[in-house]
Design a protein around this ligand. Structure first.
Ligand code: AMP
Length: 306
């Protein structure tokens, strides 16, 4: 890979997930928004991860982060239990049904960004309490590009704080149901425009297996999802997508609208691998060459003759 390649700072949940899909069930496996997005980003650039785990967090999970050369100096271990999420999916795997969310060590977590991370040019505020996302924004110095994600849990519980985050970042990612919930509209085009009016310069609405919509003040772009016949577990697809987007932007150090389109397609490619297996299992055995192959296929699939 070539220069200019800039690092990415990622803050978000690191979790133990219990998941059931029509294709299997797993208990207390590695999950969390920061885990998926950091591993996805690491295929493009250097990643600095900020989060917290409990004393029960299996050390072997750290190995995956280390193998991907993710800097985990900002991943704290606190007294208590690791964040846990449990949920299930039916055949419509675009819809996650949450059974339980236990914030555990995240309840008292106060992120301290190590001094050497504060000038990281690319920042991804992955899904976590918007108060923590704001605390991170307060500590970073003149970032080049900030992007934030959220979910229904926080939109219902801390709507105004989510909106405060949106006011302060360059871009947001949000899924279709959450965009409708937040904007109180059936139309995703209306939601995209409303979200832009809230502050960010770019809005990406994720539509699961139906791809992603990119809104900017002057442009609109649609990236399909990579067509797969075997989807085993969609957990983490959105985080992987966002990690791929910010990783590619940092790798190219180019936040133009044109490059954003490519980043969105790379995000879709990364997410397509995550959903092929439970937890981060597929990402853990993914080769960089596979990313390039699917990107080329996506380009071919979406070409329209003159
Ligand atoms: P997604 O990309 O939307 O499928 O994100 C799935 C990941 O989000 C799972 O691995 C969960 O551990 C994590 N998660 C679920 N609920 C929350 C929450 N309220 N805050 C932060 N992370 C969460």
């Amino acid at each position: 890979m070539h220069a200019p390649r800039k690092p990415v700072l990622i803050v978000g949940s690191v979790a133990l997930d219990t998941i059931e899909t029509p294709f299997g069930a797993v208990r207390d496996v590695l999950g969390g928004a920061a885990s998926y997005s950091s591993v996805a980003s690491s295929f493009f650039t250097n990643v600095r991860m900020v989060g917290v785990v409990g004393e029960d967090f299996p050390r072997e999970h750290l190995r995956l982060f280390q193998e991907r050369e993710i800097d985990i100096a900002g991943l704290r271990t606190s007294t208590g239990e690791t964040f846990r999420w449990s949920g299930y999916y039916e055949y419509d795997m675009n819809q996650a049904h949450t059974v339980a969310t236990h914030l555990n060590v995240f309840e008292t977590f106060c992120p301290t960004i190590p001094a050497e991370y504060r000038r990281t040019p690319y920042v991804f505020l992955a899904n976590i309490d918007p108060d923590l996302q704001l605390a991170v924004l307060d500590q970073i110095e003149s970032p080049k590009f900030t992007i934030a994600d959220t979910m229904n849990f926080w939109i219902s519980g801390k709507r105004n704080r989510v909106l405060d985050v949106f006011k302060r970042v360059d871009a947001i990612t949000i899924n279709d149901a959450e965009a409708r919930q937040l904007c109180d509209t059936a139309s995703l085009v209306t939601a995209g425009r409303q979200l832009l009016a809230m502050g960010p310069k770019m809005v990406i609405i994720k539509k699961g297996e139906h791809g992603a919509l990119l809104f900017t003040p002057d442009d609109y772009f649609v990236a399909p999802s990579f067509p797969l016949e075997d989807v085993r577990d969609p957990t983490g697809a959105g985080d992987t997508f966002a990690g791929g987007v910010v990783g590619y932007l940092a790798f190219t150090d180019d936040v133009s609208e044109e490059n954003m389109r490519k980043a969105v397609v790379y995000g879709s490619v990364m997410a397509s691998y995550t959903v092929e297996d439970f937890s981060l299992n597929r990402l853990a055995r993914l080769e960089h060459g596979e990313v390039l192959v699917r990107f080329a296929e996506m380009r071919r699939m979406t070409m329209i003759a003159e």
